[in-house]
Write a protein that binds this ligand. Structure first.
Ligand SMILES: Cc1cc2nc3c(=O)[nH]c(=O)nc-3n(C[C@H](O)[C@H](O)[C@H](O)COP(=O)(O)OP(=O)(O)OC[C@H]3O[C@@H](n4cnc5c(N)ncnc54)[C@H](O)[C@@H]3O)c2cc1C
Length: 380
């Protein structure tokens, strides 16, 4: 595997792991997912291979049986797997161990980590009908003795149909709202009163499923509460601060995959007597695609380095997420343009990449919401 431009910024271990994942992503994930996404099928045999490589354990600390990677190593690995297929990367990594790391008790951490080591999946259930205004959620948790009775539901939950534990959020005190009125819970999949809807028929990232969740008089003992009662909204925002840089790394992977396709095509395709990259309109477009992809990667790595240093910097996190999402869209859209009619055809992979890219401007807070947070950080 050849060296890459920014390898001087990585350790030998990070480069070795990246190369291992690159080999898997390009030789197995990319061809298999290209077929599987047509029918929105999750290629479970391939998931098994990824698990055998330990990829689902990157965020689990070593003392709980995981790989205990830092944020930047995770971003490097995640970009590479997403370069093969970004929906598949979401299926494999799920929402990771972050909620437990942030707010779990020792007992909860051991429980969740043991499940993950055995191949279990963790998901994150914040969104419901109130959408971006998550603080106005309608799901309620009523305290009855040592239990909470939960009613309501969630929409668009990644891995909703295969998750073993889902971190959910519910209103425990309507008056207090986001300031002490929302509580987080760890929901085990076999809880009575909990049902999962059919997966959405999505535009992109079709190798991971997205489902609605329904809670009907669902009883959870207080031992499943994550953090303290009333701290749920704060915990949700902290989880997103942690997850956004690595989700952004997936967006960089999609951009890089589209750039690879566009460059290969532009070198090969001859029109008006020369390869199309030699026509300045295409050559300069490729240069812009390359520059934006590099910039997005550096912003992601910057946000990760910041997190690894123990610093919470929402401006860097949201900038990385927003810029990487916009870059994935910019690069994939232009890759379709570089391939002309072939770009628009399902015979070539760039239309899939364009469909996959769009989600990075929408989930984990839309890019409008990221801009709201960034401007708030600048001006408050
Ligand atoms: C494939 C997929 C996977 C997902 N996975 C998960 C998951 O695992 N867990 C989870 O909890 N959620 C998940 N989501 C939900 C996702 O985070 C939400 O869709 C997203 O936060 C936006 O909410 P909404 O769709 O209701 O849009 P809305 O909130 O209705 O927004 C509609 C439009 O209005 C804009 N808008 C809203 N408010 C403002 C404002 N104040 N200023 C300017 N513009 C604004 C938005 O940016 C958007 O363009 C997923 C969604 C999808 C599609």
């Amino acid at each position: 595997m050849s060296m890459r431009d920014y390898d001087f910024m990585l350790t030998e271990d990070q480069i070795d792991l990246r190369n291992l994942v690159a080999d898997f992503a390009q030789n197995q994930v990319k061809p298999i997912c290209r077929e599987a996404e047509k029918t929105a099928t999750v290629p479970e045999d391939l998931v098994k291979t990824a698990y055998e490589m330990g990829l689902h354990l990157v965020t689990v600390p070593e003392e709980y049986g995981g790989l205990g990677l830092d944020c930047i190593s995770y971003a490097v690995v995640r970009e590479e797997l997403a370069r093969g297929d970004s929906g598949f990367a979401s299926r494999v990594f799920g929402f990771g161990f972050e909620p437990l790391k942030l707010a779990g008790t020792e007992e909860q951490k051991k429980w969740a980590a043991d499940l993950m080591v055995q191949g279990g999946v963790l998901a994150f259930g914040l969104t419901e009908s109130t959408g971006s205004d998550a603080g106005s959620m309608k799901t309620t948790a009523r305290k009855v003795g040592d239990d909470y009775v939960i009613n309501g539901g969630k929409t668009f939950i990644t891995n909703g149909d295969c998750a073993d534990i889902i971190t959910i959020f519910a209103v425990t005190d309507k008056e207090k709202g986001t300031k002490g009125g929302i509580t987080a819970f760890l929901l085990p999949k076999d809880t009575p009163g909990f049902t999962v809807g059919e997966h959405e028929d999505k535009m992109g990232i079709r190798c991971v499923h997205t489902n609605s969740l329904f809670f009907d008089e669902m009883v959870l003992n207080k031992k499943y509460m994550l953090g303290e009662e009333g701290q749920g909204y704060k915990i949700a925002m902290q989880i997103l601060d942690n997850s956004r840089p690595c989700t952004a790394a997936s967006a960089v992977g999609v951009a890089q995959a589209a750039l690879d396709e566009a460059v290969a095509y532009a070198k090969d395709r001859v029109v008006f007597g020369k390869a199309i990259w030699k026509h300045e309109g295409i050559g300069f477009l490729l240069a812009d695609m390359e520059m934006r992809t590099q910039a997005a990667r550096q912003m992601v790595w910057g946000a990760c380095k910041c997190a690894d240093a123990g610093i919470v910097n929402k401006k860097l996190v949201c900038s990385a997420k927003c810029y990487a999402g916009d870059t994935a869209m910019y690069v994939t859209q232009n890759a379709v343009q570089v391939l002309g009619g072939n770009g628009y055809s399902r015979e070539y992979p760039v239309e899939k990449l364009m469909r996959d890219a769009k989600i990075y401007q929408i989930f984990e807070g839309t890019n409008q919401i990221q801009r709201m947070i960034i401007s708030g950080q600048l001006c408050h």
